[in-house]
Structure formats: C-alpha cells, structure tokens
Design a protein around this ligand. Structure first.
Ligand code: BJW
Length: 222
C-alpha cells in the first residue's frame, strides 16, 4: 500500500513550536503580509530576519516528539511511505525520518535571491550577509512565502496520483496548494484520513482521528 502523509504545524506543537492559526498562533501576533511575503521582505528585511531568527532559535532548541518518531518508524518499516511536510523545522529528520519533502522550505537553510544558491543558514541571519557563491547581499531564509511557488510540486503530484491512502496530520487545511491534496488524492481513488486535535473541515476526509498528535499518531502507526 502506498501512503502519502502531509504534516502541518500541529505535529510540532507538542515540541513547543507554535502553530499559525490556533488561539495564540503566530498569525494572531504577527501580520503575515509583513513577515511571510516577498513584498514584506523587500519593505523591511530586518523585521523578517528578526522573525525567522527567533523561530530558527526555537526550532533548533526543540526536540522531536513521539509523533515525529512514530512516522519515522513507519517510513523505516515499509516501502512506499512519502512524507511531505509544510513545516520548516527539521523535527521529522531529527526524529529519524529518512526522507522528507519540505514543500515550504527549511528554516535551517539560506537562499540567495540573486543566484538561487542554497546553504546551511547561520543561527542568526542578517541583511548584510553575503551569498557564499556570488557575493551578493540578497540572502534570505529558504522559506516559501505567500505568492511563491511551493517546492517539489511535481514529485508530490506524482505521489498523490499513485497513493492508496492520504493522511493529513496537524494542518488546518487553509493554505493552498497543500489544502487541495486531499481532493487530489481522493480523485485518484485514495482513501483519506485526517489526524488532528479537532476535525479541520467535517466531511472532507473519509475518516478522522482526533486528539493530540503525540497520542494519536503513535496509536495509528502501531
Ligand atoms: C494539532 C495540535 C496537536 C494543534 N496535535 N494537531 C485564495 C484561494 C486559494 C488560494 C489562495 C487564495 N489567495 C491566495 C492563495 C494562495 C495562498 C493561500 O493558500 N492563501 C490562503 C491563506 C487562502 N498560497 C500561496 O501563496 C502558496 N503558493 C501558491 O499558491 O503558489 C501558486 C500555486 C498554485 C497552484 C499550485 C501550486 C502553486 C504558498 C504558501 C506558503 C505558505 N507559507 C507559510 C509561511 C512560511 C513558512 C513559515 O514561516 O513557517 O507556511 S503560511 C503557514 O501556513 C506556513 C504553514 O506551512 C502553512 C500551513 O499552516 P498549518 O501547518 O496548517 O498550520 P495551522 O496553524 O493553520 O494549523 C494547525 C493545525 O494543527 C490546526 O488544525 C490544529 O487543530 C492542529 N493542532 N495542535 C494535532 N497537539
């Protein structure tokens, strides 16, 4: 059986990383158009670097939880498990996952807007950092902002078309194109399952398991 698993901020919530749209979520405290768009970065790079430097520090200090480890066990135990995450943290990898598709980029990586070179980000990035490949001072976090094209879409589309089961874990299903994966997979005949604290959109999935990820994901994997 081929499985595609899509994870969102909810899987890292119990590792202490905030979600975006829950009560006290990041978007209740920050204006997303200022910190998560290319236009916001052009207007105020120092603000955007400060936002991501703080989140990078939190991500690096966080530890993977039982849900990350359970998915890693599943991927290690059987062939045909594609793990796609919207998260920019590296907790799936540190939890033992051998292959993770980061569709919204990685907070531990830097990107040169001039030449597209990517490298490991320092813990603190700044507007004066130069690209190690071309020397331009156009460096930014390697994150997919609103209005930008998510990464690895061809690979994801291929996996969705071929899967027998699509599972969404800890995501509100509000951000496209990830929010449309469930319909895409169902259109190809896959069964669909949501694992979330609360159902994100009743009726959208064939089956829903509710509860905190650290309990519900290991129970589902077992
Ligand atoms: C728990 C839990 C626990 C809590 N256990 N669960 C109008 C219609 C359609 C689309 C658009 C539109 N207007 C604009 C668009 C496009 C736009 C979009 O979707 N906007 C919507 C807001 C409407 N999308 C884009 O711009 C994307 N690009 C694009 O569309 O390009 C064109 C294209 C078209 C077609 C195909 C391909 C391309 C880019 C999106 C980039 C998203 N970037 C962000 C920020 C950057 C990363 C970062 O800073 O970290 O990515 S936004 C933010 O939201 C972040 C996340 O990855 C993403 C999704 O959030 P997520 O993970 O779902 O978190 P929450 O907080 O929303 O939900 C948490 C869930 O966890 C909740 O359900 C809780 O219940 C649950 N939970 N605790 C289990 N313990």
């Amino acid at each position: 059986m081929r499985i595609v698993i899509l994870t969102g901020a909810g899987i890292s919530a119990e590792s202490g990383l905030g979600t975006f749209r829950d009560k006290d979520g990041l978007w209740t405290r920050y204006d997303l158009s200022e910190v998560a768009t290319p236009q916001g970065f052009a207007r105020n790079p120092a603000l955007v670097h400060a936002f991501y430097n703080a989140r990078r520090a939190n991500a690096l200090d966080a530890a993977p939880n039982a849900a990350h480890r359970a998915l890693a066990r599943l991927q290690g135990a059987r062939a045909g498990v594609t793990l796609v995450t919207q998260n920019v943290d590296d907790l799936h990898e540190r939890g033992g996952a051998r292959e993770v598709i980061h569709m919204h980029g990685q907070i531990t990586r830097a990107l040169c807007a001039a030449c597209d070179h990517r490298w490991e980000a320092p813990r603190v990035m700044g507007r004066d950092d130069a690209c190690p490949a071309c020397g331009e001072r156009m460096t930014r976090p390697d994150i997919v902002w609103f209005g930008e094209y998510p990464y690895h879409m061809d690979r994801i589309a291929e996996a969705l078309a071929a899967c027998d089961l699509f599972v969404a874990i800890g995501t509100s299903g509000e951000v496209y194109p990830a929010a449309g994966f469930v319909e895409e997979a169902a259109g190809f005949g896959a069964e669909t399952l949501e694992i979330n604290l609360e159902p994100s959109a009743p009726g959208r999935f064939d089956r829903v398991i509710t509860g905190p990820a650290t309990r519900s994901v290991p129970a589902w994997v077992a």
